[in-house]
Write a protein that binds this ligand. Structure first.
Ligand code: NAD
Length: 290
């Protein structure tokens, strides 16, 4: 296939390189002038998408996705697929899907989980929203860039799945960290706390697979001085998107709202910027009840 790839950043560059390594003809464009292994670089978006069977994008946010969509869609061939893999707000994903559909294109929103390591290794998980035809056309590319793809529903359903998952993740990480900080103050040994909770009803991915306490549980960013991993500022972005979606859909999400407020405080006013999102534990350790 001929593939246009817009946004060759930390995630996009290794994803595009994996598509090229699998034998596809990949033409990339990034405003920062970045490139990727095996990828031909175009001078602008129109040139990158011209004649492409599939256009993939991996961009910072919904406003930029809307701009890129406006520039790309008029130059794409009817019947081609527009596949956005960025994490963006549900409304932007739906609006760009509508514009693509109006131009006779297939479209799919397909945000990922798995991070930069998963992007390089080709082991991402894709959560996709769009028609069955669009998903079918994207599936061989999901197989190259990832290990699993779930068709979640119509346009926007991929973004909805991503932000709901990450809202649970953020709130659960905070709950796990504050429980460890309470355990410390109750003189409960952290290892004993892990042994009990990881096999009891308080278990979770944040406790069992990504334990925020150094030296406890499987290896995690806590064992590497909270070097990300999944940075606190990326969690802040995703919690912001979940609250934007909650307002737009009139949903009551108080735990998500509190998780957003705590990560905002941590990243903007404390020392959370650049740390893994599990560094909430040392934050709680330093604090008292008031
Ligand atoms: P990044 O900032 O490294 O890459 C984004 C790229 O888009 C940059 O290189 C930027 O120059 C380019 N860009 C911006 N505007 C553009 C335009 N108009 N035309 C062409 N290129 C443009 O970010 P990233 O870490 O690669 O993340 C990309 C997306 O993936 C984000 O939506 C992020 O939330 C999501 N995501 C990231 C991770 C992660 O661990 N980094 C994990 C899951 C999802």
């Amino acid at each position: 296939m001929k593939i246009g790839f817009i946004g060759l950043g930390n995630m996009g560059a290794p994803m595009a390189a994996n598509l090229a390594a699998a034998g596809h003809d990949v033409v990339g464009f990034d405003v920062a002038g970045t490139t990727a292994k095996g990828v031909r670089v175009a001078c602008d978006i129109a040139a990158a998408v011209d004649g492409a069977d599939v256009v993939t994008s991996m961009l910072p946010n919904g406003a930029i996705l809307r701009q890129v969509g406006e520039q790309a869609i008029p130059h794409m061939t009817p019947g081609a697929l527009f596949m956005d893999c960025s994490t963006v707000d549900v409304d932007s994903a739906r609006d760009v899907a509508k514009a693509a559909e109006n131009a006779g294109l297939l479209s799919v929103d397909a945000p990922v989980s798995g991070g930069i390591g998963g992007a390089s290794a080709g082991t991402l998980t894709f959560m996709a929203g769009g028609s069955a035809d669009a998903f079918a056309k994207a599936a061989p590319l999901f197989d190259i860039m990832g290990q699993k793809a779930v068709h979640c529903g119509d346009a926007g359903a991929g973004q909805a799945a991503k932000i709901c998952n990450n809202m649970i993740l953020g709130a659960t990480m905070i709950a796990t960290c504050e429980a460890f900080a309470l355990a410390d103050k109750l003189s409960l040994d952290r290892q004993k706390m892990f042994d009990v909770v990881s096999t009891s009803s308080g278990y979770s991915w944040t406790m069992n697979a990504y334990c925020p306490a150094p030296g406890v549980g499987p290896s995690s960013p806590a064992d590497n001085d909270y070097t990300p991993g999944f940075a606190a500022e990326l969690m802040l972005k995703d919690l912001g998107l979940s609250q934007q979606a909650a307002r737009s859909a009139d949903a009551d999400t108080p735990m998500g709202a509190l998780a957003l407020a705590l990560y905002k405080q941590f990243v903007e006013n404390e020392d959370g910027l650049g740390k893994d999102f599990s560094a909430m534990l040392p934050r709680f350790e330093k604090r008292g009840a008031n």
